[in-house]
Write a protein that binds this ligand. Structure first.
Ligand code: TEU
Ligand code: CA
Length: 555
């Protein structure tokens, strides 16, 4: 294991892997985590006050969603100053204190690096639109005419509508893959790239542990050729960035890459290529979206398909790169609502999901609230939503003839706001999140579903996560073992083996509401104790698994 000045290493048996291969990440969405001053918006002092909860869980680093200066059109993913903190979240002193307090608990802070685009309020864009001859003009992407309908450059923005908007000041058209208030940066400009690299070094020098790179697979875009993701220069930019900022630092980096495939993912994370530690890949998410209406018309989860995706990714990056492992984030529905059972079997299914994810190879990420099995927002009216994407698509799809109820059903399942309701800390008012009025409603289930309640349950979700995180640090086979899937076609059983040297771990989960007796199969038949709970379990044919029961046993 490499231990450098900026490393947040865990105590485990020694091998030559990087610190972030034994660490678990935890994502904080600051507006919804903990509010310290009663304005209804979570903030950095709030995060500091909850660090002991995270240290106790055992995480190695926090991925902090954006806290930079921002007009908050996209909740901070529209940055107007990369070196300033948004006053609603606190001050730079608070930020420095967060880095120090986290480090004292062996937790690294991973900043969200949003450099595909800036806010339209960023001084670069203000200068660019004010003066065609400004050196900042070329930091963005311009056209003097809108693209011809149906031509290659006629691209649709991710939040709906055309990706080209007219700038009233200069009269020209600028490119934006997200909201019009999020103009895309022109990465072909070397001066722009150097500014981004300098900014990254500034944060690294402050002591942050690394970066989560927002939609990083888009920076090599060539809009005129209709190329958006995975452009021809993408990997050259990432290698240049690594060389200029990360080389020799021992940081962790994770690139968000919706276009990543099992074939091209090693290009990012193979160690010798010196790009990023790993990418977030979304095959397991998008495979259950509608071909036409996308996330707004989700398909039911099909476990054989989902297992096949995981098995493919495990094999694709084993010894060739590194996987990230996640069920949710601030853009996705709650894990237990999407892949488990948010009703009767909430706790059991949350633990089963944790088990099957955390015992695979890769760096697992926990999205805030997942460690207590928080559920989707359950909003039923459009005025309860805050998310720009949800509100835009509501307008667009209703115009296109989709029924209000159908859209709301899709949003109920897949809107980004499902994961953005406030963290449920206690049974006190507003779930202990704030003394004021939360910016988005707290889920009504908080009196019975909160950190205090779940942590007190030794069979609860938190204790399962805590155990899984500890096991990863203890056992090299969990970090680096070979992966083998059993019963690929079984509709509900998830069974796999991890093996390294003489250690073999068998993981079994029933991902359904029914009781299942293990079928005759090639699963090794053993009896012994579950490594998570110590209770006696059996893998013999006929052994009974209750709804969402999950265990792991040494062979
Ligand atoms: O998300 C990338 C992105 O493409 C998402 O908007 C995604 O397409 C959508 O949620 C699926 O419906 C990143 C951030 O995670 C997201 O919060 C930002 O809004 C977006 O980039 C723009 O910065
Ligand atoms: Ca606040």
């Amino acid at each position: 294991m490499t231990i450098g000045p900026g490393s947040f290493c865990a105590d485990h048996d020694h091998d030559d892997s990087a610190w972030w291969q034994s660490a678990v990440g935890y994502q904080i969405y600051p507006a919804s985590f903990a509010d310290s001053n009663g304005d209804g918006i979570g903030d950095i002092p709030g995060i500091i006050s909850k660090l002991d909860h995270l240290a106790d869980l055992g995480i190695g680093f926090i991925w902090l969603s954006p806290v930079y200066a921002s007009p908050m059109v996209d909740n901070g993913y529209d940055i107007s100053d990369y070196r300033a903190i948004n006053p609603i979240f606190g001050t730079m002193d608070d930020m420095d204190r967060l880095i120090a307090e986290a480090r004292a608990r062996k937790i690294g802070i991973v900043m969200d690096l949003v450099v595909n685009h800036t806010s339209d309020q960023h001084p670069w864009f203000r200068a660019a639109r004010a003066d065609r001859h400004s050196p900042y003009r070329d930091y963005y992407i311009w056209r003097d005419q809108p693209p011809v309908k149906g031509s290659a450059a006629d691209i649709e923005a991710s939040f709906g509508g055309p990706a080209w908007s007219r700038d009233a000041e200069s009269g020209d058209w600028y490119f934006h893959l997200f909201a019009p208030q999020q103009p895309d940066l022109n990465w072909t400009n070397p001066a722009l790239r150097a500014e981004i690299q300098a900014m990254m070094n500034w944060w690294l020098d402050k002591g942050v542990a690394g970066f989560r790179m927002d939609v990083i697979d888009l920076i090599g875009k060539q809009p005129e050729a209709g190329i958006v993701a995975d452009g021809p220069e993408l990997h050259r930019y990432l290698q240049e960035m690594h060389e200029a900022t990360l080389a020799g630092r021992n940081a962790v980096t994770v690139g968000e890459a919706w276009s990543a495939t099992p074939e091209n993912a090693p290009l990012y994370s193979a160690p010798q290529r010196r790009e990023v530690s790993m990418v977030f890949q979304f095959g397991h998410v998008t495979q259950f979206w509608d071909d036409k209406l996308g996330k707004w018309k989700p398909k039911p989860i099909d476990w054989p398909q989902l297992k096949a995706t995981f098995a493919t990714w495990q094999a694709a990056l084993h010894d060739k790169g590194w996987n990230s492992l996640f069920w949710g984030n601030h853009d996705l529905p709650r894990a237990v609502s999407r892949y488990g059972d948010e009703g009767e079997h909430r706790v059991a299914s949350a633990k089963a999901l944790a088990t099957i994810l955390h015992l695979m190879e890769g760096t697992p990420y926990i999205y805030q609230g997942e460690e207590i099995g928080m559920t989707n927002a359950e909003f039923s009216r459009i005025d309860q939503y805050r998310d720009v994407e949800t509100l835009n698509f509501h307008r667009i799809q209703l115009t296109e003839g989709v029924d209000e109820w159908a859209f709301l059903a899709g949003a109920r399942a897949n809107s980004r706001d499902n994961a953005r309701t406030p963290m449920q800390w206690s049974a006190e008012s507003h779930a202990g999140f704030t003394n004021g009025n939360p910016w988005i409603s707290v889920n009504a289930n908080y009196p019975a579903l909160n950190v205090e309640q779940d942590r007190a349950d030794h069979d609860g979700v938190f204790q399962r996560y805590r155990r899984l995180i500890a096991l990863r640090k203890e056992h090299a086979v969990i970090r680096h073992g070979d992966f083998r899937l059993f019963l690929p076609d079984h509709p509900a059983l998830v069974v796999y083996e991890r093996s390294l040297g003489t250690d073999t771990l068998l993981v079994i989960a029933n991902m359904s509401r029914e009781t299942i007796d293990l079928p005759q199969s090639d699963i090794p038949a053993v009896q012994g104790s579950d490594i998570m709970t110590g209770r006696q379990v059996s893998t013999h044919p006929g052994a009974r698994l209750e709804a969402y029961e999950a265990f792991a046993i040494w062979l």
